[in-house]
Design a protein around this ligand. Sequence first.
Ligand code: BGC
Length: 370
Amino acid sequence: MKKKLLALSLSLALAFSLAACGNGGSGGSDSPSGEGGVGEGKTVGIAMPTQSSERWIKDGDNMKAQLEELGYEVKLQYAEDDVQMQVSQIENFVAQQVDCLVIAAVDSGALTTVEAQAKTAGIPIIAYDRLLMDTDAVSYYASFDNKGVGTAIANYIVEAKDLEAAKAAGESYTIEFFMGSPDDNNAVLLYEGIMEVLQPYLDDGTLVCKSGRTSFDETCILRWSQEEAQKNCENYLSGFYADEDLDIACSAFDGFAYGIRSALEGAGYTDANWPLITGQDAELMAVKNIISGKQSMTIYKDTRLLADKAVGMVNAVLTGTEPEVNDTTTYDNGVKVVPSYLCTPVAVDKSNYEELLVDGGYYTAEDLAG
Ligand code: BGC
């Protein structure tokens, strides 16, 4: 593609300084920064799914800042969960001849045509957080261990409710599932992680799902809709749980947890019978709800780290170096196994949020107090 020769010679000139920050990583004071940096004269198009949830705003901001620091020009677009809007945004990026694309898809399988156009135009694509399915146009994938998110949520439930003790005593807890979007590969993996841990307790009756909805197809929620999660929960509470409390809401997303909270309040739940509620993303509101006891836990995915890995990939593909990957077998998109870097998700609750989120600089104490 355009400027390939220039990129190649730049890559030679910069190989040493990039090596200093680790396999093309973007951080570190050794990185060339801003004007005259490695990215000078090159543009990166970032397509993000929505601004309706806080994490994607942080993801976009973090990547933009880190890429600009390296001298890249950045075009950042959000599609507000509208598949067609995202297709048009990426088509525009291709028409504008950006040098690299970073995509977090609204619908992971709906971009194949525009991805093929990018490939034909010589524009490399990095899949961001959500795997891009059914395409050979994607070069690398930066994400979290998505099955690990599911096992972390489920292990939290096992420990917090001491399911082993309950099993030994012949006791049981009621549970309902609120799983992610069926067009998001992450949601499927998360579900698999949850069931790997919880299925035995469902089988032996320690966990009782009164709706009977335990499969992914029965519990998935299109586009991770908070409203849909609330509606599902309201229906469960007024139907299956009219005479018995719900003990555990196994939710795959902080946004679902907010909807579940509203449904529970509407149904008259109080501190006395408030269930265990899980989540994902460590959104500010979720952490506040954890502090006030309205949510039990969330999964902390440090978007600064993920952005750093994705930026390292952009830098590597544009300078002809090898990006840092730590998984070359798991993420098969139906056409190819995409080399990936997977960050580690961490469970957060009342006992460790200060250490992880405040001491770790993700939120300030003032953020959480307000
Ligand atoms: C991400 C989650 C996020 C969800 C909803 C998933 O693809 O991995 O972190 O909670 O989308 O936005």
